[in-house]
Design a protein around this ligand. Structure first.
Ligand code: DGT
Ligand code: CA
Length: 577
């Protein structure tokens, strides 16, 4: 399916036209078309064959022709012409946070800077200073932006890695030669970011499995091909490692290759104290004579038990709460996806969501939820089409009408209200009191000092209408660092005011992250896990937030949206005293 490729290319044309100072309507048309194509579930090639391209909103004649041209030839002439005029690598510069097409154009025209490395050198050497609008602080932001983007290129987010891994696992699982299959490494531990994907298979015919693996259509390049280990690069330039082991040592291998490396070091220390040894083939008892006897290898649980440990979920095999893990403290029953009864942060077409309230609710019901809060943005967030007070009345009526027809499910009238630069909320108290649930968030003023940013969030917690703080640190993986807040102070305010902190499951956010969750939990904070879905396809992101919660040692009791509707409403009401 070429939807994403085409959307990306149209976006690039839009940016190049912006650099050229072309007509704003034309530029907007390209970006809008790209956004809409990216969200279409059907294959764009099929739509074209059936003459239905015009069904995608925002596709006019000119763009339709370009889509057809790309599908036929793999190229768009207009794009090729643009990159003759403007170096294509300027697009990488535009992608750096705090730099838009205007600055990229400025640096190109004034200093002939055409790629990210040249920009970094110029910034470091002070060559940017003195250009219009460029101050010391701008240069600091550019340099830190470059760092974040480069780190993002080395590690993808959990959502992106999951999507790629699922394709490989599905393809290999269907082979009769494959008995057991599992992802391993950081992906199995559900780390927020993943460098490469590790997959483990148990098979008695490794050669056959390896042949199939390296020939899969998503493989761009084979790096290593062996009987027990092969490595490939995907079209997205992601490395995938496949290891094939014998059925009898699958558990030991899975334990070993799940890691983390530090966790494996700890396991080896435990083993040594017991005169035992751990490797990818099993757990061995070592006699005084040096003779090694395998005592466990088939399953992870058997291996861990042999070391005198109970089962440890992969998410906990990390440097988070490790002292508890090895001090004999019982691991609590961690929260699971099935414990989640609803999603309290999703968007609809009333702000920047792509689906209607009815469509979002229908999908939420299919996921087995009991409730869904449609928490659209407030007016201050203009780019996201925040809902005006007049439209709130219409939105509320729409929700009431839908609710009157729904059985065993309730749509909540919610909002994600902006916290302004002083910590005030974007709707007045009268309006806020009308919502079933209010979550508050910062989307601007990230560059403020720690004291001010912290004060804004603390003040939001103190509002009697705010139930939760959305994505509390503002991180955008690979794009933007967290803003500078004093998390301890925010935790204190959250606990004092019974405000919940969100674990935002959207893959580029994952905010709070697992370290922060573990810390906030130790401070007595309660949580809510939300998808922040902007379309029906995003609702299943909830699983990533649950994984982060597990990594932070949370149980179902720590999370608001595991409550049945009646209890949830009671908690929200009690808080609004
Ligand atoms: P990543 O890929 O950086 O996101 O993190 P991991 O944990 O997936 O690391 P990776 O892919 O280098 O290795 C996969 C697992 O293999 C790792 O979690 C632990 C296990 N392992 C055990 N010993 C070693 C070792 O000496 N070298 C490597 N590379 N892996 C080891
Ligand atoms: Ca890995």
């Amino acid at each position: 399916m070429k939807n994403k490729e085409i959307a990306d290319l149209l976006d690039r044309i839009g940016v190049l036209l912006e650099i050229k100072d072309d007509n704003v309507f034309k530029i907007r048309a390209y970006h809008k078309a790209a956004e809409n194509i990216a969200s279409v579930a059907e294959d764009i090639a099929t739509l074209r064959q059936e003459n239905r391209l015009s069904e995608i909103p925002g596709i006019g004649k000119a763009i339709e022709e370009k889509i057809a041209e790309y599908l036929d030839t793999g190229k768009i002439k207009a794009y090729q012409e643009l990159i003759q005029e403007i170096p294509e690598t300027l697009l990488d510069i535009v992608n750096i946070p705090s730099i838009g097409p205007k600055k990229a154009k400025l640096f190109w025209e004034e200093l002939r800077i055409k790629n990210v490395d040249e920009l970094r050198w110029a910034a470091e050497d002070g060559k940017l200073l003195g250009l219009p609008g460029i101050k010391e602080k701008t240069i600091e932001n550019i340099l830190s932006g470059i760092k974040v983007v480069q780190a993002g290129q080395e590690r993808m987010n959990l959502g992106a890695a999951t999507q790629i891994a699922e394709q490989f696992v599905a393809a290999l699982k269907s082979l009769p030669e494959v008995k057991e299959i599992s992802v391993a490494g950081s992906l199995r531990r559900s780390r927020e970011t993943i460098r490469d994907i590790d997959i483990l298979v148990d098979s008695t015919d490794p050669q056959k499995v390896m042949e199939t693996f390296v020939c899969l259509p998503q493989v761009k390049q084979i790096t290593v091909q062996g009987d027990t280990k092969s490595s490939v690069l995907t079209k997205e330039n992601v490395q995938v490692d496949l290891r094939v082991v014998e059925p009898k040592s699958f558990g030991a291998a899975l334990l070993y290759f799940t890691g983390s490396k530090n966790f494996n070091v700890k396991l080896r220390q435990v083993a040594m104290k017991k005169n035992m040894k751990v490797n990818e083939y099993g757990i061995f008892r070592v006699a005084v004579s040096g003779k090694e006897t395998c005592v466990a290898s088939c399953t992870e649980e058997e291996c861990l038990n042999a070391l005198g440990l109970g089962y440890i979920p992969p998410e906990l095999r990390e440097d988070i709460g490790e002292s508890e893990l090895f001090s004999g403290r019982k691991i609590p029953k961690l929260i699971e996806l099935k414990d989640i009864r609803g999603d309290l942060h999703v968007h609809s077409t009333w702000s920047d969501g792509r689906n209607t309230i009815a469509q979002m609710a229908e999908t939420a019901q299919k996921l087995g939820y009991e409730y869904l809060s449609i928490s659209d943005h407030s007016p201050r967030l203009r780019v996201a089409g925040g809902v005006s007070p007049e439209n709130l009345k219409k939105k509320k009526k729409e929700i009431e009408d839908l609710n009157s027809k729904l059985k065993n499910f309730r749509i909540l009238f919610g909002t994600e209200v902006e916290i302004d630069s002083d910590g005030n909320l974007d709707y007045n108290e009268k309006i806020l009191s009308e919502f079933d649930i209010v979550i508050a968030a910062i989307h601007s003023g990230f560059e403020q000092k720690q004291a001010q940013l912290t004060k804004r969030l603390v003040k939001a917690c103190q509002s009697k209408y705010v139930t939760a703080i959305a994505h509390p640190t503002g991180v955008h993986l690979g794009k933007r660092e967290p803003y500078d807040i004093d998390l301890k102070e925010i935790c204190k305010a959250a606990v004092d005011t019974n405000t919940f902190l969100e674990i935002n499951s959207f893959p580029v956010r994952l905010d709070l992250n697992s370290h922060n969750v573990y810390f906030a939990h130790s401070q007595g904070v309660q949580f809510v896990i939300n998808s922040d879905a902007h379309s029906i396809d995003h609702l299943p992101f909830m699983k990533f937030g649950v994984a982060i919660a597990r990594r932070g040692w949370l149980t179902k009791e720590d999370v608001l949206n595991t409550l049945p509707l009646k209890q949830l409403e009671k908690v929200i009401k009690n808080r609004n005293r």
